[in-house]
Design a protein around this ligand. Structure first.
Ligand code: AMP
Ligand code: TRP
Length: 331
């Protein structure tokens, strides 16, 4: 039987998932598990790169995140779910890659620049933070994954992974494929305040959030800043509420567009309409929410078994990498 191509993707354990995670990456994870051999990682070391001081919530965040993965349809029978820190081979490959990665690649990393700007920082948090994409390359390449489903913000990181793979293969021996990013049709989702949806900005709509808080959040969403009064003409192409109407499957897109532009439809009414669509939409994308509600122990078991299986694969690739570098000697 032909071996299926492999996918790896990961998420930092920041807790419950929001609709940006789903629309940017998770929905591709669900779709791709039909065709590919998938490994999905809880990348806890990556979470430490910027938030190393307080690790009290890490364990609960891992469980909450994985239960949300299961609730949208990540199928534990078909894919491996693992924890990065339980597969220490990622760290050794990261170390080997760090030797062959020129400083310029990590210093010029546009994701890092954006992150520093968002966090209001002048320089990187630390050595591990600078090496973020090198660790990410190790996560992907230790499984020889050829496709990586992520949101748009991660594309430059996949490009660095490709460069590291190419450089390793050129220097030693061909061990690694050059992985490619897979994006959804909605690779960058904005939050209720119009900035990128992100837990740290407190502008999210959570997949498993109480439905009445969702109603309130939708009513507080930013709209086109030029439409101040109800009858002002609006610009749907610049309005996040309009984008969400499409995502939530509102069949009246054409009328909304026309009525917004002509000033017949005000933002309050438009948001009320969105709220009535988004709640059933959230229910529809979390079909297994009830089934996995409170199944913390199951999540732990799946992660523990998955990490063991992943480790077997990782050990093999690491052996190949060491051999290629002529490090696999025995004394
Ligand atoms: P993170 O929580 O940053 O580890 O992100 C996990 C995955 O979700 C990555 O593939 C991100 O690119 C994706 N993601 C996170 N936030 C968004 C967003 N607002 N829009 C699209 N994709 C996102
Ligand atoms: N950097 C990714 C993010 O913030 C998470 C991540 C770590 C990842 N390692 C990965 C994603 C490997 C894909 C593949 O979202």
């Amino acid at each position: 039987m032909e071996q299926r191509q492999r996918i790896f993707s990961g998420m930092r354990p920041t807790g419950k998932m929001h609709i940006g995670h789903y629309l940017g990456a998770l929905r591709n994870w669900v779709r791709l598990q039909e065709e590919y051999d998938c490994i999905f990682g809880v990348v806890d070391w990556h979470a430490l790169t910027t938030s190393f001081e307080n690790t009290d919530d890490l364990e609960q965040n891992i469980i909450d995140m994985v239960l949300d993965w299961l609730s949208v349809g990540i199928d534990p029978e078909r894919c491996i779910m693992m924890i990065q820190s339980l597969v220490p081979e990622h760290a050794e490959l990261h170390l080997l890659f760090s030797m062959i990665t020129p400083m310029g690649w990590v210093e010029r990393n546009p994701v890092l620049k954006q992150q520093l700007q968002d966090m209001g920082l002048k320089e990187v948090v630390g050595y591990g933070h600078l090496g973020y994409p090198v660790l990410m390359a190790a996560d992907i390449l230790i499984y020889k994954a050829v496709r990586v489903p992520v949101g748009e913000d991660q594309v430059p990181h996949i490009e660095i992974s490709r460069e590291i793979a190419r450089r390793f293969n050129h220097l030693y021996n061909t061990v690694f494929p050059e992985p490619e990013a897979i994006l959804t049709e909605t690779p960058r989702i904005l939050g209720i305040d119009g900035r990128k949806m992100s837990k740290s900005l407190d502008n999210t709509i959570g997949l498993s959030e109480a439905r009445d808080t969702i109603q309130e959040k939708v009513m507080s969403m930013y709209t086109d800043p030029e439409k101040i009064r109800k009858n002002d003409p609006g610009h749907p192409e610049r309005c996040n509420v309009y984008t969400f109407q499409g995502v939530a499957g509102n069949p009246r897109m054409r009328e909304i567009e026309n009525d917004c532009r002509s000033g017949i439809l005000g933002c309050v009414a438009c948001k009320q309409e969105l709220a009535s669509f988004i709640i059933p939409y959230l229910d529809s994308i979390t079909p297994y929410r009830e089934r996995y509600n409170g199944k913390e122990q199951l999540a732990r078991e799946l992660l523990s078994e998955g990490s063991e299986r992943a480790r077997k694969m990782a050990e093999y690739t690491l052996y190949e990498a060491r051999s290629a570098m002529k490090l696999a000697y025995r004394f």
